[in-house]
Design a binder for this molecule. Structure first.
Ligand code: AMP
Length: 194
């Protein structure tokens, strides 16, 4: 299975991604987690990404695309993967398509978690208290939502046109949302890749 999950900040995509990847036995690849890990370790990539993340802006496409491309070449991605938080821009959509041109490597489906704006802000402010993420302040949350609405939300149209978009109601408890995703994916034919 080759999947991706999209959704605004606070939609719960990270939590769902980990569960779903576990179910399919594929790696969950979160670009946000990779950037945060690099920032914590103080690598060159992390230092570069940090200023964008702290402002709620996207890390430049060429940096993100090169990082994802390298990750997809790791041996654990041969039989599938779940991308969490990538692609987020038109250039990233194009770069991902380019990375998946080998026969049998096309995306099987794109999941979009849909959650009401008020619920999102509430969840993010609670996460700020429990996890202390630097980009979970009220001002940065607003900026991240703005950037998502402008640059990422429209991308779902591309996947809808390809007939692989699954729009899922992301409101409610984690288990309920997971059940909705599972039900929606039940009809997706799984490609066998060599
Ligand atoms: P996330 O954990 O997915 O909410 O991502 C946290 C932050 O990492 C984002 O606000 C961006 O600054 C950066 N980031 C994560 N994924 C991407 C991406 N695909 N393109 C650009 N920046 C990203």
């Amino acid at each position: 299975m080759r999947l991706l999950i999209m959704g605004p900040p606070g939609s719960g995509k990270g939590t769902q991604a980990v569960q779903l990847a576990g179910r399919f036995g594929i790696p969950a690849i979160s670009t946000g987690d990779i950037f945060r890990a690099n920032a914590a370790e103080g690598t060159a990539l992390g230092r570069r990404a940090r200023r964008y993340m702290d402002a709620g802006d996207y890390v430049p496409d060429h940096v993100t695309n090169a990082m994802v491309r390298a990750r997809l070449e790791d041996p654990d991605c041969v039989h599938g993967f779940l991308l969490d938080g990538y692609p987020r821009t038109l250039r990233q959509v194009a770069a991902l398509d380019e990375a998946l041109t080998e026969p049998g490597t096309a995306l099987d489906c794109a999941i979009e978690l849909v959650v009401d704006q008020d619920v999102l802000v509430d969840r993010l402010l609670r996460r700020a208290q429990s996890q202390g993420r630097a980009d979970d302040t009220a001002q940065v949350i607003r900026r991240r939502q703005e950037v998502y609405d402008q640059q990422t939300a429209p991308l779902t149209n591309h996947y809808a046109e390809r007939g692989i978009l699954h729009r899922i109601d992301g409101d409610g408890q984690v288990a309920r949302v997971a059940a909705r995703i599972a039900e929606s994916l039940a009809g997706v034919p799984v490609k066998v890749s060599s």
